[in-house]
Each structure stands twice: as structure tokens, then as C-alpha cells.
Design a protein around this ligand. Sequence first.
Ligand code: F6R
Length: 252
Amino acid sequence: MRIEIVDDYQAVNRAAASHIAAVVAAKPTASIVLATGSSPMGTYQDLVARHERNAFDATRLRVFQLDAYLGLGREDRRSLYRWLAESFLTPLGVPDDHVVALPGDTTDPDAVCLAFDAAVREAGGFDLSVLGLGPNGHLGFNEPPAAPDSPTRVVDLSEESIISNARYWGGLDQVPRRALTAGLASLLAARETLLLVSGAHKHGILRRTVEEAPSPDVPASYLQVAANVTVIADRAAWDGDGAHLGSRSGDR
Ligand code: F6R
């Protein structure tokens, strides 16, 4: 696991976008799984700016949706698919048939999860995984405790995830209680992983992620034993210094 400490959220975005651009330049048909949430939004904006200068081409990628709220279809404006579409897929021109979604409005979630893992296998696994760090150490919605061999599955959201997502929903009682998530098994097997961490509020969980022995209680801690992982964190997250709070953008 490599840890890159950079000044602030904007520097996280630049560093992450450069990593992603390098992976995609080396393999334009790469299979990548992408988080939503605040952490990668600036990175995606940076990639869109590169695309507008003809310096980044995502049109041959195969993009996998990391997670989805159960019960919400892809057209629902609150769905994570829609967020991914608005921030990455549409501005970068990723064709629809290059996207492996997790349809949250399915009547058969178990079948959707099996099909997702089959699609990951068929793609030969993820070349790149772009992740944010949950306040409780979750990756995607692999809530603690999560075993490192967890498949893609339906999960109950933890209290901490419900609280942290309430800002996007206009209140705690509005947040869905269940979700679909790509499993830790496929995430930990990715050939390259970027974990983006920004803000002093992530300090405690970031330190647990990189310093404690890997355990189901902090699912992200298993990244210590995965191949080719780069944590890109800003100083506020690494040092726990509140001075950098407010430097983030991309919240919605
Ligand atoms: C989002 C996701 C989550 C977030 C995590 C951090 O698709 O899978 O695991 O990455 O909760 O969220 P932010 O970046 O909003 O702090």
C-alpha cells in the first residue's frame, strides 16, 4: 500500500486524475469500478476537463457501478447510477453498453448480484477500482463487519452510513435502509486501487484503515493486503487538522 499525502482536496483530484489517466492510456479498454460520494467528484471533474482538451478518452472503458440503493431505478435522480452518469458517464461519453449497472429497482436482487459478479469475472476482474472511505471504514456499501471474500450482495446500511448520507437526502428518515454493493472479494482483487480520502472528519478512520491489522470491523483495512493500492489523502485527513475543512467540493 502506497500512501500519498497531498495538500488539499484539489491536489487529491489532480493526483487521482493523473493515476486514472495513466491507467487508461496504458489500457483504453480497462474495466474500472467507480464510487460516487463526495470524494471522487473533483477527480471526475478533472478528468472531464482533460477530456475537453482531448487528453483523456473514456469511451472504450468498461465501467462498473460500485453500489446502489435498493428500490431506486437508474433514472431516479437520487440514485447512485444517476450521480455516476451525471459526473462521469455522460460528460465523458461512455456508451451505455459499456456500463455494468446495479439496478436498485430490481425485483430479484440476488440474481442482479450474481449477474454482476459474473460480468466482473467475464471482464477478467477490475483493472482499476476508484474508492472513497466510509466514515465506518466501508468500501462501497461493504458495511462492517465485512469478510474479505464477500460477494456482491444486498446489505443493510449501518447507522453511520445512514447518518453520513442524510445530507444527500434531506433528512435521516429519507435515506434508504438497504443497498446493493460490489463485494469486497472483487474489489480486493482489482489490479490497481485508488482510495481517495479528504477532510479532517476522515482522520480517525483513515488511520485505522492503514495502521490497524486488517479486520472485518474496518473493511477498508483489507486494502493493506491487496495488490497495488494507492491511498491519496489530503493533509487534513492525514493529520486530523481541521484547518483544511471546507476545501472540498462536489457535495450534493
Ligand atoms: C459511494 C460509496 C461510498 C463512499 C463513502 C465515502 O458510491 O461507495 O463507499 O465512497 O461513503 O463517501 P464520501 O466520499 O461522500 O465521503
